[in-house]
Design a protein around this ligand. Structure first.
Ligand SMILES: Cc1cc2nc3c(=O)[nH]c(=O)nc-3n(C[C@H](O)[C@H](O)[C@H](O)COP(=O)(O)OP(=O)(O)OC[C@H]3O[C@@H](n4cnc5c(N)ncnc54)[C@H](O)[C@@H]3O)c2cc1C
Length: 154
């Protein structure tokens, strides 16, 4: 049974030092209180409750975290060390010219860098709810329109 936050509250950073070194990505949700960990613990308790009442449906029981992980602190520690996610996004967000954090304009151009656009999950101003691949596809369609408008097919 999966336990997902619809849209996490934590914010991280990506650091670039030079073009030859891979960027360093830092997530923060494990370290700073932001509600994400509490939400995961709530979800674990709900899942535990559902599983505990599903024996008639053939569910044999809980495998992880396991019966020894009971208190809020234990569940938090388990979620902090065992859970993971892969919907990172929003590191080069689209925004208006007066938005000092907006890396891109509405046509995906990187402000201040001529001839460069970004079209991927980095463009979101905020985290789309839950699964983000469909939102990436929408962004790709929008970017195709912008590019074709500027460089029409022959
Ligand atoms: C295991 C896993 C499961 C997932 N499951 C889901 C799911 O079920 N539903 C969902 O909505 N989302 C899911 N996601 C998230 C989703 O896949 C990503 O959010 C999405 O693919 C991000 O799209 P993107 O275009 O930003 O980056 P990517 O899809 O990562 O595309 C980046 C592309 O750039 C290429 N690239 C990188 N560096 C270079 C370079 N130097 N030169 C040229 N090309 C380069 C890469 O090869 C890659 O093709 C999952 C992610 C993972 C890791």
């Amino acid at each position: 049974m999966g336990n997902l936050r619809r849209a996490g509250a934590a914010r991280g950073n990506v650091f670039f030092s030079n073009v030859d070194t891979a960027p360093v990505t830092r997530t923060t949700w494990r370290a700073r209180p932001c509600g994400d960990l509490d939400g995961l613990v709530d979800g674990l308790r709900i899942a535990r409750d559902v599983i505990g009442n599903a024996s008639q449906a053939g569910v044999k029981g809980e495998l992880v975290p396991g019966p020894e992980v009971r208190t809020d602190d234990q569940l938090k520690e388990w979620a902090r060390t065992q859970s993971w996610g892969h919907h990172a996004c929003g590191t080069a967000r689209i925004g208006t010219a007066d938005d000092r954090l907006a890396v891109l304009d509405g046509d995906f151009r990187v402000r201040g860098v001529e001839g460069l656009r970004a079209v991927d999950a980095s463009v979101f101003p905020d985290i789309p709810g839950l699964f983000i691949a469909s939102a990436v596809y929408l962004v790709s369609e929008k970017a195709s329109e912008a590019l074709l408008a500027e460089f029409p097919a022959p």
